[in-house]
Design a protein around this ligand. Structure first.
Ligand SMILES: O=C(CO)[C@@H](O)[C@H](O)COP(=O)(O)O
Ligand SMILES: [Co+2]
Length: 277
């Protein structure tokens, strides 16, 4: 895709109206959250419509101005982005804390940034990365809140039983991804490669936006692409951290087909723009 800047078509005020309308009607996803089969249909159908031969650009909300989160995510959606990237951080596995599913009964308070709020506002797919200790504890809540793809770190200090957690995510109707820190070798995920929908290579040390791309990860991406071919599997290969218009070609050539764009995807000081590919 090659999307350009677009003036935000919504305001926080409009967001509030939209959310309130959904709640007053008792409809929308609020009503479906208690019904697992509908959630399942939503996640699988929504993600499966994308071709893996296209390049997905997924702006990261970590670079957004949270006081204008509704406006900014709506603007990247209007600009043509298909997935929005949401980092869940707990201040333990990574040194930062971000957002949760919804702390107040699924979006009861409209000012609370939450995955539920995003899912009510957007048609765009929510790709959620859990950079937390014991992500399995939170998987059901995030899927209920509207996450379409849920990715978990493969490192033991985050996810103890990776295979079990991947199956948990899939059984609740979302797509399952596994994530590797820059220092983690591909051997850590080899045994789940046949069951995951997405592998995310972190190309910065996780925790913050605006860091520089770690070059050694390009080789890891091409090795992963080769390993997938050897095993006859075809998960999404996503790259997150320091991806910009000037280095995107490298990761695409190496075999990535989903790029997270934090500072290159959402600018807080200017109008949001989508990364051209
Ligand atoms: O997960 C993270 C950071 O840990 C990201 O998703 C960042 O939001 C990427 O931001 P940039 O490196 O693209 O600025
Ligand atoms: Co991220």
């Amino acid at each position: 895709m090659a999307a350009t800047a677009s003036s935000p078509s919504s305001s926080l005020c409009a967001t509030t109206v939209l959310l309130r309308k959904g709640n007053l009607n008792g409809g929308g996803r609020l009503a479906t959250h208690s019904l697992l089969p509908q959630t399942t249909v939503r996640a699988t159908v929504r993600v499966d419509k994308f071709s893996k031969s296209d390049i997905i650009v997924s702006p990261s909300i970590l670079s957004a101005n949270f006081s204008k989160l509704g406006e900014q995510v709506k603007a990247v959606e209007v600009a043509g982005c298909d997935w929005i990237h949401v980092d869940v951080m707990d201040g333990r596995f990574v040194p930062n804390i971000t957002i949760g599913p919804s702390l107040s009964g699924r979006g009861k308070y409209y000012f609370e940034p939450s995955v539920f709020l995003l899912s009510k506002l957007l048609v765009m797919k929510i790709s959620l990365l859990q950079m937390i200790v014991e992500p399995e504890q939170r998987v059901p809540d995030f899927i209920k809140a509207g996450a379409d793809i849920v990715s978990v770190h493969c490192e033991q200090s985050s996810t103890i039983h990776l295979h079990r957690t991947v199956n948990q995510i899939k059984s609740l109707g979302a797509k399952a991804g596994v994530v590797l820190n820059p220092a983690t070798p591909l051997s850590a995920i080899e045994y789940v490669l046949d069951v995951v929908d997405l592998v995310l290579i972190m190309s910065v040390n996780p925790g913050f936006g605006g860091q520089s791309f770690i070059e050694s990860q390009v080789k890891k991406i091409s090795e992963l692409r080769r390993l997938c071919a050897e095993k006859g599997v075809n998960p999404w290969i996503e790259v997150d951290g320091g991806v910009t218009p000037s280095n995107a070609y490298k990761v695409i050539e190496a075999g990535a087909n989903a790029l997270v764009a934090g500072s290159a995807g959402i600018k807080t000081s200017k109008r949001p723009v989508a990364l051209p590919v």
